[in-house]
Design a protein around this ligand. Structure first.
Ligand code: APR
Ligand code: PHB
Length: 390
């Protein structure tokens, strides 16, 4: 049977970054991914890297393309009552964020694995975990040719996202779940952004977000009902709804262009506790989900694997288990902060289909306070750019 020190399930940002961090410390790891390389590299996801994520990617030497092609942003707009209110991130916090698509980070990490010869196996199936409460847990799976394989490990890292096999392998896991009565329709369009910065819009017709990927590509989102079918949204309807919600009394006109990709994403908040069982450690979406309004999903995955890589270096190289034992508690502190922030941004900005006038007045009051009080704006900004690690 093949052996490795850390068997990593999933080649999203969590699994790939963990593998890279471990190899850099001389720990052997194998990444097993259900999808093809093309699929994971093309999957359109969120695009905001918080400050600590950017620093980490630079530090480990995988930030070159991000620095060349990513867009550093110093602020963003909250748009409501038809007016823009700028949250000046760098003035308020001394930090910036980087707009750079998650799948670009995935591409960079896969290329870095390839260059160094670190193993990533794509298109595996029938992944099963066993012996999690022993010191040599196992992963059995079929490789891309359908051949049955097994990998004996010291530790398994469950980085296989919300629908993976790892979390269900933990007995008695406690879950916290909140679903929202709306979803996001996301579109990628070939047209220059209509504004230099992101615009988070609160409108009675529903939330809208103007974001971007490059000087030629715009990323836009619309709040839609939670069970919305994509067929309900021909391109013309998308553009007219975006224009209606993004309307302002100031200078702004929405640039339209060919739509390259569109999809509907449900919104949920979810946390599984603990994030560890025996020799299985969960990281990223396998353990927690945030609604995308705070742009925290990928950044939380990065924070988890940074903690996990340090804990595993101590466990496997120095036979010290303290950091491994406290892994879940350490991560959950940051996770719950991001859960609260994402819930707060979501509640402040969306139109609740079941809400009443009282709730709408509270929302507007919160938006006005955030836009006009330096203390409130600073609190939003420090969470948005990312609190320091640890
Ligand atoms: N076996 C192998 N791989 C699997 C399995 C399985 N049984 N189940 C899922 N996977 C793979 C998925 O195909 C995916 O590529 O695990 C990977 C998980 O990656 P992500 O979903 O990107 O999750 P994560 O790495 O935790 O990154 C979190 O992703 O969903 C976004 O908004 C989220 O930005 C956040 C980020
Ligand atoms: C994106 O650009 O995809 C994006 C930006 C900000 C968010 C969510 C998604 O809060």
């Amino acid at each position: 049977m093949a052996r490795t020190q850390v068997g990593i399930i999933g080649a999203g940002p969590a699994g790939l970054l963990l593998s890279y961090l471990l190899h850099a410390e001389g720990i052997d790891a194998v990444v097993l991914e259900a999808r093809s390389r093309e699929y994971v590299e093309r999957r359109v996801r969120a695009g905001v890297c918080e400050h600590p994520t950017v620093e980490l990617l630079r530090e480990i030497g995988v930030g070159a393309r991000m620095d060349a092609e990513g867009l550093p942003h110093h602020g963003f707009s909250l748009r409501f009552d038809g007016e823009d209110h700028r949250i000046a991130l760098s003035e308020l916090t001394g930090k910036t964020i980087m707009v750079y698509g998650q799948q670009e980070i995935v591409k960079d990490l896969i290329a870095a694995h390839e260059a160094k010869g670190y193993p990533v196996e794509f298109e595996v199936s029938d992944v099963e975990l066993s012996g999690l409460d022993s010191e040599s847990p196992r992963v059995s799976y079929r490789d891309a040719d359908g051949v049955a394989r097994a990998l004996e490990c010291d530790v398994i890292a469950g980085c296989d996202g919300f629908h993976g096999v790892s979390r269900p392998s933990i007995p008695d896991v406690k879950v916290f779940n909140r679903e929202y009565p709306f979803a996001w329709l996301g579109v990628l369009a070939r047209t220059p952004p209509s504004h230099e910065e992101l615009i988070y819009t609160h409108h009675e017709r529903g939330f809208a977000l103007h974001s971007m990927r490059s000087p030629e590509i715009t990323r836009l989102y619309l709040q839609v009902p939670h069970d919305e079918k994509i067929d309900e949204w021909p391109d013309d309807r998308i553009w007219s709804e975006l224009s209606a919600r993004l309307v302002t009394s100031g200078e702004f006109s929405l640039r339209e262009g060919p739509i390259l990709d569109k999809s509907v994403t449900p919104m949920r908040s979810f946390v599984a506790e603990p994030m560890q069982y025996g020799r299985l450690f969960l990281a990223g979406d396998a353990a927690h989900i945030v609604p995308p309004t705070g742009a925290k999903g990928m950044n939380l995955a990065v924070a988890d694997v940074r903690v996990l890589s340090r804990a595993l270096v101590d466990l496997l190289q120095h036979k010290r288990s303290e950091l491994a034992e406290s892994y879940s508690d350490t991560c959950l502190k940051r996770v719950w902060r991001a859960e609260h922030f994402s819930w707060y941004m979501t509640s402040m900005l969306h139109t609740d289909p079941d809400g009443d006038d009282f709730q709408r007045r509270l929302q507007l009051s919160q938006l006005r306070y955030t836009a006009s009080s330096k203390a409130a704006a600073t609190s939003l900004a420090e969470n948005y750019v990312g609190l320091p690690f640890e």
